[in-house]
Write a protein that binds this ligand. Sequence first.
Ligand code: WT7
Length: 647
Amino acid sequence: MAEAVYPVPAEWSRNALIDDARYQEMYERSVSEPEAFWREEARRIDWIKPFSVVKQTSFHEEDFGISWFTDGTLNLSANCLDRHLVERGDQIAILWEPDSPTAPDRRITYRQLYEQVCRLANLLKARGVRKGERVTLYLPMVPEAAVAMLACARIGAIHSIVFAGFSPDALAGRIQDCDSRVVLTADEGLRGGKKVPLKANVDEALKACPGVDSVIVLAHTKSGVPMAEGRDIDWASAVADQAAECEPVEMSAEDPLFILYTSGSTGKPKGVLHTTGGYSVWASMTHEYVFDYRPGQIYWCAADIGWVTGHSYVVYGPLMNGATTVMFEGVPNFPDPSRFWQVVDKFGVEIFYGAPTALRALMREGDDWVKKTSRQSLRLLGSVGEPINPEAWSWYHEVVGEGRCPIVDTWWQTETGGVMISPLPGATPLKPGSATRPMFGVQPKLLDNDGKEIEGPGDGCLVITDSWPGQMRTVWGDHERFFQTYFSTFKGTYFTGDGCRRDEDGYYWITGRIDDVINVSGHRMGTAEIESALVAHPKVAEAAVVGMPHEIKGQGIYAFVTCNAEVEPDDALRKELIAWVRHEIGPIATPDVIQFAPGLPKTRSGKIMRRILRKIGENDVSNLGDTSTLADPSVVDNLLANRPQPV
Ligand code: WT7
């Protein structure tokens, strides 16, 4: 079957920053003359001291290292704020839409944002926060979250945002790992009409974090949470006492900017570290080109700041580029499934960037919820976080965008800092489900399992052969793990963990993770993390977790659980384990299926044969492959006979 191709609309190729010829020419130059290319692109940043060296990078063990614009200095907060004040001080920087459509919205200009950032930066300094120190942010989707990020960047503190849906345990682990002394939070968050007890979670987490001496608490719902004398500080009254000017600290390009924890194939989340110069160039450049962005356009990325998408495309990229960026506190289906499109109409959103999981959930509610809104302001749509299935793509294109708006399907990762493979709306003919072509400077390759390159069309492991400015620089506190995780599987290249197909036109089609990572509603989860949560339960002896296809979430969580000998597994225990995992990690890790199993399929050397469990999870059991090396092949028959119905 010939796949559908959507040509670039004529007005897009005419008016866009980059048309197809320009893409080809720039891409070619970015890989053949990277020094010259990046020297020019880096002009988008106001450097305090210009860099002389562009790039010193190697993915090889002998001289491993990644460093960009090394001797240049800059401040990212100044690049997001100060330099806009003359030209666009009175332009709205952040348009904030609350959870409830009847609550008041907030419109914050660049000048107001600048002042709020300076005041908080001064408060942090007053609490003794120094350059290089880690500050943990556990905040709802409110403008103060952006203020907090920028205030840290202003004084050179390294922010570590923990998604507000994570449990006290998960929060404590992240505070301990990066050794934060200061935490910023709110009394409560609000999502879909439900309250999230953020301050109570912090109090619980801090029982295990004796090093934390300051908690700055935003009164958001004003519920009147208990405050610990000497430790807890009321945000609003404390910043009111601070000056509205704060000199930005001069940062070296390779000084750390932020840590963001993400899941890998081992139990412990990794602290992904991004640095200042390269990340800034990458976030700004990709935001401008992928969204064909011009200053002042109303732009909405519907991601939470707890994920990298929120870092790069709600806050840093857009603000560097003088955007009006929408921040939404709520969820797509509250109070009803028209909510997204009502917000689009209310603010006149031109560019909308969201996740396939939300689109699939809304698609199921029917077209009327969309069609009763106007959406005439929309010109461009984006997709991020997981593969978008052609059905959801078509719905997005035809129903939401009325066939008028190109869709940029952007593939990237927490580790990459910004978009790596994506169409450019004025340059790239679209194929539903394909992230299409590489961004400037990105050199993808497909390798087979033995590391042999697949040329031309084919399917393989996706690697990137040379560095790009937005690349992560290390795993916080574990540089060896950084090297081992990404550069040791295939020597001399960055391994993404994704499988990928390349077609006859050189388009890339991400097929999903090929490691023990699953993607649940666009949230990345390590199966090992869920397993360790399960085995921490007193009745559980062993657990193995795999992904399963899920209509809305993309992937669901399928857990095989072996109980201790004296335990009779039943439905009550199933419910208890589900609640347990939610409590240990957070609601995003809720198992969809728990199958009790007297034994797991293991090789004679005791290794769980995950391949078999994955097939059962995928309900693809006609050919389980070779099971002859199993210690006890009858275990598989038992698993097959006792598959539960999804809960
Ligand atoms: C993993 C990274 C992208 C930032 C948010 C998620 C999957 C991401 C796509 C896409 C297919 C995608 C990959 C990747 N992924 N975007 N457009 N098409 N798959 O960042 O949490 O670090 O997850 O998300 O599997 O490796 P993340």
